[in-house]
Design a binder for this molecule. Sequence first.
Ligand SMILES: Cc1cc2nc3c(=O)[nH]c(=O)nc-3n(C[C@H](O)[C@H](O)[C@H](O)COP(=O)(O)O)c2cc1C
Ligand SMILES: O=C(O)C(=O)c1ccccc1
Length: 413
Amino acid sequence: MTSPQDTRSDKPIPKLTPFTYENEVYQAGRKGQKPAITFNCRDWEALAKERLSADSYGYVWGSAGTRDTDDNNKKAFQKWGIVPSRLVKSDFPDLRTKIFGETYDYPIAMAPVGVQRIFHPDGETASAKAAEKENVPYILSTASATSIEDVAKANGNGSRWYQLYWPLNENNDITVSLLSRAKAAGYKVLVVTLDTYILGWRPSDLNNAYNPFIRPDDIGVALGFTDPVYRRKFEKEHGKPIEEDLETAATEWAHTVFPGVSHGWEDIKFLQEHWNGPIVLKGIQTVADAKKAVEHGVQGIVVSNHGGRQQDGGIASLDMLPEIVDAVGNDLEIIFDSGVRCGADIVKALALGAKMVLIGRPYIYGLAIQGEAGVRHVLKSLLGDFNLTLHLSGISSVSPKHLNRSVLRRTDQ
Ligand SMILES: Cc1cc2nc3c(=O)[nH]c(=O)nc-3n(C[C@H](O)[C@H](O)[C@H](O)COP(=O)(O)O)c2cc1C
Ligand SMILES: O=C(O)C(=O)c1ccccc1
């Protein structure tokens, strides 16, 4: 008699062994212990709301204009249903994913999210530690409240990527400095966000008159304030160090990384000259732009509308995914985000052709609820839910061979 795990002898057993997190919880329940945080993925938002100030909650929940893009993102998942196959002799699914030449345990990563100290005093440090412990890549935002080097330290042996908000200064010296710091601190993939050269029209933040950048405590400017090139430049222009005029320094840094003007496709070459690893363009929403990304020789794209936070009146990011996959899926790696809330959403985005899915707001809700432990709870819950959804659908791996459009049906037609 072989144990269930022996049937997988052709491949090493992945980290998420059967019943890990759920078993832990049920076992603890036998001793009368109840979980600290709900397992209902759709309830984390409300729980975070209870813990946060109106300003901070408004910031994470906020979306552009009427919120229609954000609403569409979430509704789009419900337009697809997963259809299970029976009598599939598969063990727990193999979740490992190869992307940019590296094998990751799971097809998810933590989306770049700035200003995390407005959600919890430990901010990015907590998230980066949770990422290492749960084996999920962490993407550091340029709008981080913690420096590139400190996040790397917190992330330890974890896998980390760096997201660039691309300064538009004359000689690009700040960009070069940020890239070289990221490289030196072990960030492997460069994610360039294209949809945020200025912040969107966000009624929740306007109503609160709240911009986390421009505040006395300067949350979100850590990368600028620790950057030797930015510091020198400020001192030269103002005749005093940053510390003597934090308000001006924060405002100028905000204008540096959000210049209000976009770069152009011709500028991608510059990044390729200064980054000798994979480059991913985040914010792609059309086949035409996806094809341009291929023409310009980048290694990947994130099909994303920034969680509906930038442009109102938009289509769901998920609705754009299949046609982009059909057009360029063989030419570069396609990552997806915007609207992923629960395990089944991850299944659907992968079935529609994404190689990897970014988790955004949910882990920030976890951070707000309980710091590092809250982030770990969200990651473990999403992975557990995802794992069992695949397993109970008879899908034996995340490879397109097993997980593809054949497992989905439209529910609205
Ligand atoms: C509070 C907050 C801050 C964010 N900051 C950044 C950022 O600094 N850089 C970036 O590329 N995207 C940023 N994003 C967008 C996320 O990377 C991701 O695209 C988005 O959260 C996906 O939508 P969802 O959270 O609704 O799934 C931010 C999102 C939120 C909610
Ligand atoms: O709020 C965002 O979506 C975002 O990208 C951002 C911008 C500036 C600071 C922090 C986050």
